[in-house]
Design a binder for this molecule. Structure first.
Ligand SMILES: Cc1cc2nc3c(=O)[nH]c(=O)nc-3n(C[C@H](O)[C@H](O)[C@H](O)COP(=O)(O)OP(=O)(O)OC[C@H]3O[C@@H](n4cnc5c(N)ncnc54)[C@H](O)[C@@H]3O)c2cc1C
Ligand code: SF4
Length: 325
């Protein structure tokens, strides 16, 4: 690994001022389970010159209900989120998403903040020693476009440049389905506006902005949420497709729904057509299947990843059904 400076920040202000000093050449490090692997493999043309450790700042790992919100500090561990009694009973999509992330070791190190800020997945991009200096790294071409796209986007490329990589987070779709907010050192961002389709960045955070907390509004009494993941291995694997659904019903009919797929596009993909279809309907097998179909209405898959469209359809159908009253 290339040499880098390492700072144990004592406060958020100190962390921000170190980031400011390095002008885009320093990174925050939380659990390090994504970042250190990237640096060891030297996947990027330039590794960060400095890492700012925020684990040395006290109080960033809280999980508490307060003022109508569940507040989860950025350093809360995935394993703690998976087993928290309140999250399991009231925010079940998130507990299940955290439980299905990676392996026990990674969940004991990996944080919720790092999980939503992690970099995209594309095997050309992640190849060691920057062997494929693609568009996303400032190069001239997308290797996936002419290459093997079996795990790539089924909803087209990122807005301007057409990168077909996917966002691999398991907790992100759960947070989208639950309508969460991301509190940073600068502002409060609705989760719908947090992820980025511009090339080279996965979030709207700037170079000196740090996520401090996730805030999830308390769900209505008559609402349910669910998370499902399709991966090749059950023990440890990134999602091929995952899906989170949150539904509020009244008198047996759906009043509101938020449905989010991930690992299918460069950022979490809200299946708005499926949400619209469900409003005013009962959750029956037929309606859940129609919602599943609507979720992939706008899919633009390739021959190699067409199977992901079927997986997405099936996950939406099953997740919606599991939210039936
Ligand atoms: C073998 C393996 C399997 C995995 N499987 C899965 C999986 O199934 N599902 C899944 O979702 N992920 C998976 N991951 C990815 C990753 O480990 C997890 O997403 C983990 O939650 C990342 O958290 P971290 O705290 O370790 O992040 P870090 O590695 O510390 O950071 C990741 C990125 O987020 C930034 N960052 C971290 N915290 C903040 C903050 N507070 N503010 C601003 N930026 C921040 C860092 O600068 C870095 O760019 C896997 C990783 C490995 C190595
Ligand atoms: S899909 Fe994106 S990350 Fe992968 S090779 Fe193409 S531009 Fe690079």
């Amino acid at each position: 690994m290339k040499k880098f400076a390492h700072f144990n920040a004592k406060t958020l202000d100190e962390a921000v001022s170190i980031l400011e000093r390095y002008r885009g050449k320093a990174n925050v490090i939380a659990g390090g389970t994504d970042l250190l692997g990237q640096m060891k493999d030297r996947i990027l043309p330039n590794n960060p010159e400095a890492l700012v450790n925020i684990k040395s700042i006290p109080g960033l790992d809280i999980i508490t209900e307060q003022g109508g919100f569940l507040k989860i500090g950025t350093l809360a561990l995935l394993e703690d989120i998976a087993h928290n009694a309140v999250i399991k009973s009231k925010y079940s999509a998130l507990a299940e998403a955290a439980r299905r992330t990676a392996s026990p070791h990674i969940r004991e190190m990996g944080t919720i903040g790092g999980n939503i800020c992690q970099d995209i997945r594309c095997w050309y991009y992640r190849n060691p020693d920057n062997r494929f200096p693609c568009l996303r790294k400032g190069g001239g071409r997308c290797y996936a476009l002419d290459g093997d796209k079996r795990y790539h986007s089924i909803f087209g490329g990122s807005v301007k440049e057409g990168c077909l990589a996917v966002h691999p987070s398991d907790t992100a779709p759960a947070l989208v389905s639950l309508g969460a907010y991301v509190q940073t050192t600068k502002r409060k961002i609705h989760i719908d506006d947090f992820f980025q389709v511009e090339i080279s960045r996965t979030t709207v955070l700037d170079d000196k902005e740090i996520v401090t907390e996730i805030q999830i509004p308390e769900p209505a009494k008559n609402s349910r949420s669910a998370f499902l993941k399709y991966a090749f291995r059950k023990s440890i694997d990134f999602p091929i497709v995952n899906c989170a659904v949150s539904v509020t019903s009244a008198g047996g009919q759906v009043e509101s729904a938020r449905i989010c797929l991930n690992a299918v596009f460069v950022k979490p993909y809200r299946a708005t057509k499926a949400e619209e279809y469900l409003i005013g309907k009962k959750i029956t097998k037929a309606n859940a299947e129609r919602a599943g179909k609507a979720a992939v209405d706008d899919a633009k898959s390739f021959e190699e990843n067409d199977y992901m469209v079927n997986a997405a359809k099936a996950l939406v159908t099953r997740a919606v059904l599991s939210c039936a009253e």
